[in-house]
Design a protein around this ligand. Structure first.
Ligand SMILES: Cc1cc2nc3c(=O)[nH]c(=O)nc-3n(C[C@H](O)[C@H](O)[C@H](O)COP(=O)(O)O)c2cc1C
Length: 172
């Protein structure tokens, strides 16, 4: 399935303005990890992670079509969503920066199909890839959750291009 705009539309904004406006929506930060059939580990920082469905248990995230890791990600049968804790901002930077070994110094254990799971993450969702949807300059990757675990702690928050720590609202 391809999602596209049918009508030509005149807009008074460009991608940079849109990106800046979208940044007003605060998100958590995840590292999507996977493993190719030849055993190569993949890790990409992503804040496009979304819960989609409880029955069946589905989640999604959106890789950019130009991401160098995309061909490897598309080969992987499974991926994991590692939800970063507030103290793991360095991992967000590490997995958002191309490098020969993005996993250097990162404590991991092997999950389903050898997918690396990041130690200290607040939650880890191990998923089987069930669908890729074409969507503009990104793809939507939908996964069925096969296993998950959670830990206590504060989440890393991304808002307006910066990292934040979530504080409980004083009135609720
Ligand atoms: C906070 C944050 C969130 C990001 N979210 C996404 C995302 O949802 N999708 C995406 O394709 N790239 C996202 N990126 C950018 C990728 O992490 C970055 O382009 C990375 O280099 C891609 O990995 P690769 O070079 O191994 O392909 C994000 C970066 C940061 C810092």
């Amino acid at each position: 399935m391809t999602i596209l705009t049918e009508q030509p539309v005149t807009r008074d904004f460009g991608p940079r303005e849109l990106r800046s406006a979208l940044g007003h929506y605060a998100t958590g930060v995840t590292v999507i990890t996977a493993c190719t059939p030849s055993g190569q580990r993949i890790g990409v920082t992503a804040n496009s992670f979304t819960s989609v469905s409880l029955e069946p248990p589905l989640v999604s995230w959106c890789p950019a079509k130009r991401a160098p890791s995309l061909p490897d990600l598309k080969q992987a049968t499974h991926f994991a969503v590692n939800v970063l804790a507030s103290g793991q901002h360095h991992l967000s930077q590490q997995f958002a920066t191309p490098a020969p070994d993005k996993f250097a110094g990162v404590p991991i254990i092997d999950g389903i199909c050898g997918v690396p799971l990041i130690e200290g993450a607040l939650a880890r969702f191990e998923c089987r890839t069930v669908r890729w949807v074409d969507a503009g300059d990104h793809l939507i990757c939908i996964g069925e959750v096969e296993r998950f675990d959670t830990a206590h702690g504060d989440p890393l928050v991304f808002h307006a291009g910066s990292y934040h720590v979530a504080a409980r609202h004083p009135e609720f």
